[in-house]
Design a protein around this ligand. Structure first.
Ligand SMILES: CC(C)(COP(=O)(O)OP(=O)(O)OC[C@H]1O[C@@H](n2cnc3c(N)ncnc32)[C@H](O)[C@@H]1OP(=O)(O)O)[C@@H](O)C(=O)NCCC(=O)NCCS
Length: 334
């Protein structure tokens, strides 16, 4: 009997209605549309507005759509993994809040934090439970409300990030589809270049930390850019090589959307044309854990059963990785 693999059987997504455009950012910080577009490829990003609206609001909407499209009842779900860097609260896990919102009464769940690589880490973790035969329906969410940790007085970061959520359903298959290979990496020595200074156990919130604006993303953009280009391209090329995949075998690169120049460099290293690359950065910016599932959500109607996908990410930690996935269904699940 052939081995059990985890296949993606559906995708749901959600982005808030409010679009923060480059033009509006020009009124907030010293920047301009030309600079942002040429350096990042971003034109606008979505922002979740409203009091007490956390990441779980977006994650819940994404999962509700996923369940509708896959005709899955919440009681059938075994496990919910929520990849996020902006949980509603430090505890309990956002995955549990989502489970309660949707009525997933027989599931367990947990959050997973790997910054912009979170969705890939979640996908690979969820797949292990399917491949081991432990569970049959695993929901993997990538969701972040980045606007909650962005300093809208800092022009080097506020132009990049946005809010959004995507979710996939993983189920077992013995057909030749699903997650075929993954290569995940991390390197904690990258922490000084990209982190949140306060709010954790090392530096809990105080009046001083708030006054010093330490609860916002700190990023050394140029250093992060250098590592991101190298690692995302290297790991993508590596996963192609070890699966004997050539450029012409790849149907889609599904890259984390941090900067269009990083995405283009990865495609060039893989030797594939830009027409095989999923881009959502112009309209959603960097939604951290949300970027890869939101790409799948946006391009779902173009995907065909048997398509070879390379998903690749790089983020804070540093964390990075790539997965090789054979897509399991045609077009849009209704
Ligand atoms: C952040 C990023 C877009 C900045 O682009 P860059 O080309 O590296 O720009 P630099 O940081 O070198 O800054 C160049 C100049 O532009 C200025 N600048 C920065 N942000 C600006 C903005 N929004 N508008 C106008 N000018 C800006 C800088 O102050 C600097 O000016 P100076 O030369 O007078 O000092 C880019 O570094 C990047 O994308 N980094 C990686 C992000 C990433 O992948 N993060 C990982 C999380 S997933």
């Amino acid at each position: 009997m052939s081995e059990i693999r985890a296949v993606i059987t559906g995708i749901g997504g959600y982005v808030p209605d409010y679009a923060l455009t480059n033009k509006e950012l020009e009124t907030m910080v010293d920047t301009n549309d030309d600079w942002i577009t040429s350096r990042t490829g971003i034109k606008e990003r979505r922002i979740l507005k409203g009091k007490d609206q956390g990441t779980s609001v977006m994650a819940t909407k994404a999962v509700e759509e996923l369940l509708r499209k896959t005709r899955t009842s919440p009681e059938q779900i075994d496990l919910i993994i929520c990849a996020t860097t902006t949980p509603d609260m430090i505890f309990p896990a956002t995955a549990n809040l989502v489970a309660d919102n949707i009525g997933a009464k027989h599931s367990f769940g947990f959050d997973l934090q790997a910054a912009c690589s979170g969705f890939l880490y979640g996908l690979v973790t969820g797949a292990q439970f399917i491949e081991a035969g432990t569970y049959r329906k695993v929901v993997v969410i990538g969701a972040d409300k980045m606007s909650s940790i962005i300093d809208y007085q800092d022009r080097t970061t506020c132009i990049i990030f946005g809010d959004g959520a995507g979710a996939v359903l993983l189920e077992p298959t013995q057909e030749p589809y699903g997650l075929r290979d993954s290569h995940l990496r991390s390197d904690g020595s990258g922490a000084p270049h990209l982190h949140l200074k306060a709010g954790g156990s090392r530096r809990p919130a105080t009046v001083e930390t708030v006054t010093a604006r330490e609860h916002f993303v700190y990023q050394e953009g140029a250093a992060v850019f250098k590592y991101a280009v190298k690692h995302m391209a290297d790991v993508s090329a590596d996963i192609m090589k070890r699966n004997q995949l050539h450029a012409e075998d790849i149907d889609w690169l599904v890259p984390h959307q941090a900067n269009k120049r990083i995405i283009d460099a990865t495609a060039e290293r893989m030797g594939i044309g830009y027409d095989k690359v999923m881009y959502t950065i112009h309209k959603y910016g960097n939604t951290t854990s949300g970027t890869i599932p939101l790409c799948l959500w946006d391009y779902e109607s173009k995907l065909k059963k048997g398509d070879n996908l390379i998903m690749a990410a790089f983020g804070g930690g540093f964390t990075w990785g790539a997965t090789y996935v054979i897509w399991g269904y045609d077009g849009k699940a209704s």
